[in-house]
Design a protein around this ligand. Sequence first.
Ligand SMILES: CC(=O)N[C@H]1[C@@H](OP(=O)(O)OP(=O)(O)OC[C@H]2O[C@@H](n3ccc(=O)[nH]c3=O)[C@H](O)[C@@H]2O)O[C@H](CO)[C@@H](O)[C@@H]1O
Ligand SMILES: C=C(OP(=O)(O)O)C(=O)O
Length: 440
Amino acid sequence: MEKIIVRGGKRLTGSVRTEGAKNAVLPVLAASLLAEKGTSTIYDVPPLADVYTMQSVLNHLQMDVSYENGVFTANAEKRSLRPTAPFEYVRKMRASFLVMGPLLARTGRAHVALPGGCAIGSRPIDQHLKGFEAMGASVEIGQGYIEARVNGRLQGAKIYLDVPSVGATENIMMAAAMAEGTTIIENVAEEPEIVCLANYLNAMGGVVRGAGTDTIRIEGVDRLEAADHTIIPDRIEAGTFMVAAAITGGDVFVEGALTEHLRPLVAKMREMGVVIEEKDNGMRVIGPDILRPVDIKTMPHPGFPTDMQAQFMILLTQAKGTSVATETVFENRFMHVEEFRRMNAAIKIEDRSAIITGPARLQGAEVSATDLRAAAALVIAGLVSEGETVLTELRHIDRGYVDIHKKLQNLGARVERVTVEDEKDVSDAGIHIVNNEAIH
Ligand SMILES: CC(=O)N[C@H]1[C@@H](OP(=O)(O)OP(=O)(O)OC[C@H]2O[C@@H](n3ccc(=O)[nH]c3=O)[C@H](O)[C@@H]2O)O[C@H](CO)[C@@H](O)[C@@H]1O
Ligand SMILES: C=C(OP(=O)(O)O)C(=O)O
């Protein structure tokens, strides 16, 4: 079993580089299925568990793919693409579901396992399916799978999303790129990752306009060809390091932290008294002696990102006074609060809000995460806790963070990743270290 061990008390200093964005690369890789000709080369692809899962999905669909040193190549020229994305992949990573739109557009059929809920909420996919049906697909659900079919090409349509779902916007955009006629999607997600996908589709010969606003207009084309594309920096990874810098009273340059992607986080951190210097290629973050309390409410972009809620809540435990964090995007994204409490945080849940009283003297503990952002938040908590924090269930953090322990070590933190043989080998001193190499 692997664990991350954090010993608190160090102020972070230095510089850290942000990887390509997980949530941008996954839809882009799914979209590579649409290219009838050529090989797409995608740059700045982070070596994350989710990227390897998407590689396996594309392999399973009979695409030719390779991935080395941050460069992913994808060729979908084969006529005999397989239409099925099995549960073994969708269970590991919900974003496997993003192959549905491209498969339907390319082959007229998609047979994709139903994702189900997860630790942060029930996460339905009704808006994706509504979009496909509006474009002329028949959709049936049975034996845990969704079977979608279309005779001939998908047809352009006008689609209004009930909620600005990131995944539904992406899935429908990809399907519409090769549909016959014009598709207009209203009340869409405006996240930077949507813009990244639109840029790739346009490089492939697609005609997608309005990405980054609440309405996207897509003129369907007969065929798309492979293209080269670079993934945007990961604003959530960047934000995670910004919080780590601030909470330790540190002074850290986060390379790749872009102002236009991180406005709500920057605004809230400044309200707390954190000094942030915005540069062309990143942000310098300087933590103050005393953090002020603030309230946050998660919202679709450009609101405060739900994927930063857990990490920000740990920052709020160190503010002097009472803060409120309200989660409006997912109905169950407070599972980390129990673990924070085990570390001595003073947090009460009332409905969809967490009321945080600080500053708390956090204490190291054995903790485990239920999702990747909770895991990152627990590592950050460890940075300012007395004693040792031991994080298990590392499969979550590996979905979204590349070598977080090494990056924090480089900033001066006392963090290591260890493999223990199993529980019966745990020594009196704590843990018997067999090897401390990262798994990547
Ligand atoms: C791989 C990826 O990019 N994941 C991100 C994506 O997830 P994902 O695309 O799954 O999230 P959505 O934007 O779809 O979900 C937002 C809300 O809409 C609801 N909903 C969604 C689809 C649908 O058909 N019906 C419906 O009701 C969800 O239950 C949720 O309450 O956006 C989330 C919201 O920013 C982020 O937390 C995830 O990190
Ligand atoms: C919730 C997240 O990812 P996913 O949608 O892949 O579960 C996340 O990145 O925080």
